[in-house]
Design a binder for this molecule. Structure first.
Ligand code: APR
Length: 168
């Protein structure tokens, strides 16, 4: 099973699919969503408009346009409200549904940002554990699934992912 974590900019990765931490409108935003739309160009938003949004925990795919990645898998993470509102299950759904879509698209490589840990304020340590556990479990059930890179935007986040990966 190929799982790794790096620090970098997900818009630069040469992988089959990058995952976007979007919002339910799928019409762009700040953070990694903004970076992906800026790098992909206006055609990405044009295709997103045809998708009519995405519920939290679900995932929808578009082309990558000017990105090196062939596809963008847009998923909507939960906003952190203290942990008592099903946030953990919804975050796990993001990773599981994005992996299922990547598999369906025939992706051999995929990259995830730290979903929900920015604007949506999910505690990064808890989010990293959910990310690694959910992807590991999916790949145990689907060995033909893509190789996964967790792309962290800072060293502190990468340290959290490396600690989770070291426990595998
Ligand atoms: N590459 C990789 N990771 C990035 C990049 C990038 N270019 N830019 C930001 N990140 C990281 C952030 O540092 C954070 O660790 O992505 C993680 C997710 O943070 P956000 O982008 O704020 O996403 P999220 O917390 O899921 O909030 C989603 O923010 O941008 C809006 O439209 C988006 O409403 C949605 C909300």
């Amino acid at each position: 099973m190929e799982l790794r974590a790096v620090t970098g900019d997900i818009t630069k990765l040469q992988v089959d699919a990058i995952v976007n931490a979007a919002n339910t409108s799928l019409l762009g935003g700040g953070g990694v969503d903004g970076a992906i739309h800026r790098a992909a160009g206006p055609e990405l938003l044009a295709e997103c408009r045809t998708l009519h949004g995405c519920p939290t925990g679900q995932a929808k795919a578009t082309g990558g346009y000017c990105l090196p990645a062939r596809y963008v898998i847009h998923t909507v993470g939960p906003v952190w409200h203290g942990g008592g509102h099903g946030e953990a299950e919804l975050l796990a759904d993001c990773y599981r549904n994005s992996m299922a879509l990547a598999l369906e698209l025939g992706c051999r490589t995929a990259a995830f940002p730290a979903i929900s840990t920015g604007v949506y304020r999910y505690p990064p340590d808890q989010a990293a554990r959910i990310a690694v556990d959910t992807v590991r479990r999916f790949l145990e059930e689907h060995p033909e699934g893509p190789q996964v890179t967790f792309v962290c935007f800072d060293a502190r986040t990468e340290d959290l992912y490396q600690a989770q990966l070291a426990e595998l």
